[in-house]
Structures are given as C-alpha cells and as structure tokens.
Unconditional design. Structure first.
Lengths: 632, 86
C-alpha cells in the first residue's frame, strides 16, 4: 500500500470529523483518510466513523452490498473492505455468511444471505476444504477427476448466486499455505497439494472468465508480498483466519478495486510529469542531449521502463497525457529528436507542457478529453507538486513515488488504478481513437458549419443485436459510461444476457466509423416490453461514449430503434431520464429528440419520464450512412 | 511505543485499543478486568484485540500466552516481559 501517502495528523483529523459537519463533509474527510496508508487499528477507526455517517446523495460514491461467503474466518477483513471501498468511490455494506455456512445459506432462500439482498457475492474459500481428503498416492486420473469435480462444484455455486440472488460473482484464487512435502517434486506428483492448488487456480481462472465471474487473484498478491504477510499459522490455529490481519488492508483494496472496475470506476488516463519522471534531469537546463534516458545507464533504463510501461497501458486502452512545467518547444523537440524516446508526441491525447499551475493543467486535460477529474492518475516525482494536487483536487489519484526511479513502474502498477474486468478490441484501439479525435477537431475548425463538418466526416453506423460476440464490450460500455447515460443502471454481463432473452426485447449496439477510423462500439440501447401494458416499450438503458456526442448518432440510433419497435407492433416508446452528478450533458436529450414529457408519471427533480408515439415519428435526417450487421 | 511505559500507561493503551474495536467510549480496563466483564468482548474481538496490541507494541505473543491470559494484568505483564521493561 506504499502508493498511498503516510497518515498525516491522523488522530486530529479523525477527532475533527467526529466533532460536527454535515454527512457530506464527513464523507469527504473520511475519503481523505482512506487515501492514506493506515494501520489495522486506524482502518477500524475510519470504518467506525464511516458507519456513523449518513447516506449522502450525489456524492459520486456508489452504494454496493457485498456478501462474503467464506471457508475461513474473515470478519476481521470487512472493515478494510469498507474503507478500501471509500478509497475507490464505493460505499460498501458487507455481510459475512456464518463460518463455512455458505452452502446452506446459498441453498436456503429464507437465509440471512437472501435477506441481505447482495449486489455482489465474493467466494473466499480455502483449498483444504476441496483437496484435503486426497491421498498423496492418488493416481493422475483421480487427480484430474478432483480438479474437474471442484470446478463443476464451484460453477454450480456461482450459477446459484447469480440466478437466485441476481448478483455478480467474485471468486478468489486459493492460497497455497501448504508446507513443502517432497520439495521440487511437489510440482509434479499428481496429488501433491502444491500441484493440485496450482492446477485448481489455473482451471478456475479459465472457468471464471468463461462464466463472467470476476477473479480476485490473492495467490499472486501473496506471492508478491510473501506468504508470511498473508498467512500467519498462529492466527490459523487460534481463529481459523487464513488471511491474517496484516494482509487485511491490501486484501480490502484488491476486493474494492475489482468491484470498482466492474462499476466503471477504474481510472482512464495516466497523466505524466516529464523532468525526472519520464526522463532523468531537467530538460530546460540540461538540453535534449543532457537528459538521462536509455541504455547507457541504469537510471536511463529506469526512465525508459516507465515509458515502455506507459506504452503498454496505452495498448490496453489507458489514455496518456502530459502535465509538466516546461518550455513547450524544447519538449516537442525532445519527443521528435531524442533517439531513445519510446513515447511519441502523438501517443498523448492531451499535452500540457507550459508554465501554468499543474492543477489548472489537470483541469484542462480532463476537460479536453471529456472525462472526469476522478478518472485521472497523476504521476510526478516532486513531493510538493503531489501534495498540491492532492490538496486541491482530492479526486485525482496521485501515487507516492520513491526517490529512486527504479521503483516508479512497480509503484504505479501495484496501486491497481487501471484494474479491468474485460479486455476488448475497442480497448486496444481507444488511445489511437482519442488522438484521431484531435484530427476531427481540426477538421471541425477548418470546415466551417456543423453540417459541412459532419458531411466531410463520411460517417457510417454498423449496428445489430447484442450477441455473444459483443456482449463484453456492450456490458463494459453500460458500466463505464457516466455522461451520456439516461438511467445509470449498471448491469453484469449475465444480466444483459437475461434481458436479451426477454421475449420482445430489443438490444442494439452501434459502431460508428468515419474517415479517421473506426470508433468501435460507442452506443448501446436496451428496450424491453412494459409489464402489463401492451404496445409499450421501455427504454431501460441508453449509453453513448463521450467521444461521439453531437455527431448525429443520437438521431440515427433513435431512427433505428423506432423501426425495430414498429416491427414488433409497439405503439409507444417510453424513456426515463435519471439525473446524476455526471449526466447533465443529456438532460434535454429526449425533448430534443421529440419525446413528450409525461405530466402524469411520478415526477421528482432527479427523474423524469418521456413518451414517443411511434405512429407520429418522422425519421430524423442525419449524415450517417447505415450498415446493418447480418443477423444470425 | 518504544519508550518504557508504566503499568498504568499500558492499561490505558489497552483501554484505548478496546474502545476502538468495540466502538464503545465507555470501555475502561483495570488490571483486574476479565473478558466476561466487558460486554461485546467475544472471541473474535479478543483476536482482533491481540492483533492490534501486537502491532501497536511491536511484539508477538505465543499461542499459549494468548490462550492463558485471564486478566488484563496478565496481558500487561507479558507485554513488559516481551518489551524487556521488567
């Protein structure tokens, strides 16, 4: 947890929080404390203060109910899960099933587990329960059967949790706490515990991916920290704790970052300082030839490693940006001319090398990229700049960096800011799309007139149903989109599949292509028949990537869904707009698209209902050509 | 907590830890206090308490110590022994 700064005035700040203030102030202050490196006891104190803090609407912190089904004692881990949740923008309420009671509780609909109504279920199990009875002389076939049976058993439990509790499921990898038996041969003897556990983890990771179950890899985390940090035999013997209290903080963070990723709360953009971060030295003083970067020295290799890491992140969909106090001309020249530079100027979707304050620059970067400040990670070697940004923009993640650049990459990576629950082709191409967006922007400036601009873009839309081919990306878009999101309902992949199976439902995904490239799937719409109201369809979900707002895809998508609705004999399309802290950009969407506001429906400030009479609808003209994907 | 502490200092530190764990500001320990004297000090809370004491004092109790402590005074004596504050 060394990417978090050490606690500063912990007791005084905690006491101040407990004094007074509104629930909103308290929640903000507690989030601040949760973003420091806390001890077990300090974590418990933050958790206690959190439990006394009321609900706060529109705080940007999402509520989530997590049930932990465990094969060992885990109650001591719950406060760290809740505090880590706060660190990752989640207010997590927890329920722990009775010690090794999870099977009964899953089977019994009258159990406390069902009463708790979880949003997520975490299986935190112990290997011994599954392999403990296997004799060491078991044959290879017997070992194979044990692995298969265990995977089938767990898949059954996952399915039950998903079908009966309607939750998303997290499976944790098994810790190998076994002592060496043979030595090196433990990796080979079919029924050696070490071999069985390694095989189980590999088989379960695959099964989990196939079943859209999230994989919490504590085996890998414990290998990094050392097993002794995670497993203390004294605690096991005393209290059947497999994960000991010293690992509670990192365990909680691993759980919270995975849930945050599933909820679309992972960071999206890595903002890098330049001098002594992306290269060694100060380029304004040392000149392009004088900076330390490349194979000549270990320090040069360290900065090169950071550049390579950033490039890899870009390849998996993380946007890159620069925020540096520097002379822009020298910096541009360095990216162009330095022979060892791995990152190119065009790799950065936003580039703020100037003499402005870093806080102002970060705000500009978020604005330019059309993403929230809470989507940024800011990496800077200078402790004063880090402290300044943390104090002014607490929603920006700012990792503590050690003095030695050798450790930069690992420090950023282990903070888990960019945790993902899927990886799609769209992710891989996203960064390029952001820089293509800059070309579109220059065309817009040159083109004069919006319509001429849209025409010159040469747009077409590829659309079709949500199928197994694109459901991962569709689900990801539903969960990551905050701005163009009419209801901000989050769904797991299995829930999307369940809606697709509802008779008469319409699930559409839209891919926008223009002369600068393929934007990938940028919009998803889910429409289901209203219960008990013949001829009425409800638009449950409509999301659109912020990259393509205002390009008439809004209109063309509506044209398409209206045709589909008419084919199903529907008369009315009903839509709900639920206001959040982030979707004000579409508050007039339905009015602009010709929907009528409902006066009769229950109306609140935050929610409004809209109707479109399909018989009266005249398709809206757009500059987007259509290309319907073949149905199966 | 490396400076030498008096018995009363240690009892006060233990009270503070237990107050945090039990979320009860009224909790006050004395050397004579036993677990059943304190509402809510169940076996899980006892382990959490031991863990917190070990981490705050930078010590490690033996399994048998933890199972043999009867009073808060017993814990204080063992802390002093482990810290060599004898």
């Amino acid at each position: 947890m060394n990417w978090l700064p050490p606690p500063d005035e912990f007791r005084a700040r905690l006491a101040a929080i407990q004094g007074s203030g509104t629930a909103r102030d308290r929640l903000e202050e507690l989030s601040g404390l949760a973003n420091m490196q806390l001890s077990f006891l300090e974590t418990m104190q933050v958790d206690a203060a959190l439990s006394k803090t009321g609900q706060v609407a529109d705080s940007g912190v999402d509520n989530l109910r997590l049930a932990v089904l465990a094969g060992s004692t885990i109650d001591h881990l719950l406060p760290s899960i809740r505090v880590a949740g706060l660190r990752r923008g989640l207010r997590i309420e927890t329920y722990a099933a009775g010690y090794r009671q999870y099977r009964q509780e899953l089977i019994e609909p009258a159990s406390q587990l069902y009463e708790f109504r979880p949003d997520a279920v975490l299986f935190s199990l112990v290997a011994k329960e599954f392999i403990g009875a296997t004799p060491i002389a078991a044959s290879p076939d017997e070992a194979d059967r044990l692995i298969d049976a265990t995977v089938q058993d767990l898949r059954g439990l996952w399915k039950r949790a998903r079908d009966e509790l309607r939750t998303f499921v997290i499976q944790q990898s098994f810790l190998d706490v076994e002592v060496p038996l043979f030595g090196g041969l433990d990796a080979v003897v079919p029924a050696a515990p070490a071999r069985l556990i390694a095989r189980l983890n590999a088989a379960l990771a695959d099964a989990a991916y196939e079943d859209s179950v999230l994989w919490l890899d504590i085996a890998r985390a414990s290998a990094r920290d050392g097993l002794d940090t995670w497993f203390d035999v004294v605690r096991w013997l005393q209290a059947k704790m497999e994960i000991g209290p010293p690992a509670a903080m990192i365990y909680g963070d691993l759980v919270a970052r995975l849930i945050a990723a599933a909820r679309g709360k992972s960071k999206k953009c890595l903002v890098l300082d330049l001098d002594n971060t992306l290269w060694g030295g100060v380029i304004g003083d040392d000149g392009i030839e004088g900076i330390v970067l490349g194979h000549d020295s270990g320090v040069g290799e360290a900065h090169l490693a950071l550049q390579r890491y950033a490039k890899t992140l870009m390849d998996r969909g993380v946007i890159l940006a620069v925020c540096s106090r520097n002379d822009p001309a020298i910096v541009e020249a360095a990216f162009r001319d330095h022979p060892e530079m791995v990152l190119k100027r065009s790799d950065f979707a936003a580039f703020a090398a100037n003499w402005n304050d870093k806080v102002t620059n970060l705000e500009t970067i978020a604005d330019q990229l059309n993403i929230g400040l809470d989507s940024l990670v800011f990496v800077d070697d200078n402790p004063a700049e880090r402290a300044h940004v943390r104090a002014s923009l607490p929603m920006v993640a700012v990792p503590e960096l050690p003095a030695d650049p050798a450790h930069f990459v690992r420090r950023i990576a282990e903070a888990g800011y960019f945790e993902a629950v899927s990886f799609t082709r769209e992710d891989h191409e996203r960064a390029r799309q952001y820089s293509a967006n800059k070309n579109r922007a220059s065309l817009r400036n040159a083109a004069g007139g919006m319509d001429a601009f849209l025409q010159q873009l040469g747009m077409s839309v590829d659309f079709g149903p949500v199928t197994s081919l694109n459901i991962a990306r569709a689900t990801q878009l539903i969960n990551k989109t905050n701005q163009f999101n009419t209801t901000t309902i989050r769904l797991s992949e299995s829930e999307v599949a369940a809606l697709a199976a509802v008779p008469g439902s319409i699930l559409l995904q839209f891919r926008l292509i223009d002369k600068f490239g393929d934007n990938g799937i940028v919009s998803v719409m889910i429409v289901v028949p209203a219960e008990g109201e013949a001829g009425v369809l409800d638009m449950v979900i409509w999301v659109m990537s912020c990259r393509v707002f205002g390009r008439q895809l809004e209109e063309e998508a509506l044209n398409i869904v209206v045709e589909a609705a008419r084919r199903r004999g529907a008369r009315t399309l009903r839509a709900t707009f639920k206001a959040t802290a982030k979707n004000a950009v579409i508050k007039d969407l339905f009015a602009k698209l010709g929907f009528l506001h409902s006066d009769t429906a229950e109306k609140t400030d935050a929610s409004s209902q809209w109707f479109l009479m399909l018989a009266d609808y005249i398709p809206r003209p757009t500059r987007i050509a259509r290309n319907e994907q073949a149905h199966d | 907590m490396s400076r030498r502490m008096t018995d009363q200092d240690i009892v006060d530190a233990l009270s503070r830890i237990l107050r945090i764990l039990l979320r009860d500001e009224a909790t006050v320990l004395t050397p004579q206090t036993t677990r059943p004297d304190v509402p809510g000090w169940d076996s899980l809370m006892y382990i959490n308490f031991i863990v917190a004491v070990e981490s705050e004092f930078g010590i490690k109790f033996k399994l048998a110590d933890v199972e043999s402590f009867e009073t808060v005074g017993d814990i204080v004596q063992q802390i002093k022994a482990l810290k060599r504050w004898g």
